[in-house]
Design a protein around this ligand. Sequence first.
Ligand code: ZN
Length: 280
Amino acid sequence: MNPSKFRRAYPSASEPAQSSSDAIWLLPNARDSFLLVRDGEQWMPPKGSRPHGSTKPAHLLGYLDDVPCYGLEVDEIEPKSIPGEARFFGLRELYGLVPDEYYAVAGYAAQIMAWQRASRFCPSCGSIWLQNDGEWGKHCDVCQHGAYPPVSPCVIGLVHHGDRILMTHKAGWGPRYGLVAGFVEPGETLEHCLMREVREETGVLIQNPHYVASQPWPFPHQLMCGFFAEFAGGHIQVDGKELDDAKWFTAKDVRTGNPTIPPPLSIARQLIDSWLALQP
Ligand SMILES: [Zn+2]
C-alpha cells in the first residue's frame, strides 16, 4: 500500500480502537470473502458507523486518505444487516471490482484478521498469547516466545532467451501458462532461490538475475519478488509433479494469446507485460 495514501495503525492499550461515523469497513468472513455494498455502478466496502450484527472486536487497520479503516469479521448471514444491496466477494474477485487502493487495504485486512484468528495461543507452550502494545506482534508471558504477522518471501522469475521466455504449466490450469515461482528457503538469497527454483522446476540454468519489482500477495501472506533472468544453459525437463509442462514462447505467441497468460492483478503478468514492451 502506498504510504502516501494509507497510514497504518497498530493496537494500542492507551488508545483503544474506536468506531467512527465516517469509517470504511472491511468485513471478511472466515474464508476471506468480503462483504461489499452496491454504490451506484460500483461495489465498495460499507462506509459509516459500525455495522450491526457481529459481536467480534473491530481492528483499526489504518487511515486511507485520513479516513479510518476497520477490519471486522462477519458471518455469512450478515448481508441482511447491511442496508441496500450487499453480497460477499472473494478477495481475488475484488481486484478490478473496487478501486486499487481498496483492494490493497482488503488484502492487508485479510492478513491481519487471519493473524488475529490464528494467534490466540502461544505455539511453543500453549499459553494465551498477549497483544504487544503499539504493534501487531504477540508474546507469551510464560515462555517468552513471540511472533509477528507472517510474511513469506517468494521469488518469481521471467527467464528470457533471445526473443523467447520460459513459461510453466500446472495440471488444471487449462490453456494458461505462468512463470517459475517458489518460496524462499532458510539460508537463501532471493537470487539463489530463483536459480534453484528454475533449475528444480524446469531443468534450465539461469544467470544475471536482476530484481524488477515486488508485490504483496495475500493468498495467504506472500511477498512476491519479481526478477528478470537470462537463460544460461540446460534443457527443459519437468518433474511431472509440481509442473506438467514448461515451454519457450515468443513475444508473438504471447501477444496472440497462445498461451493464455496470468491475469492483470499478478506480478507475473506485470513482468510479462514489461518484457513485451521491450520486444519489437
Ligand atoms: Zn509460551
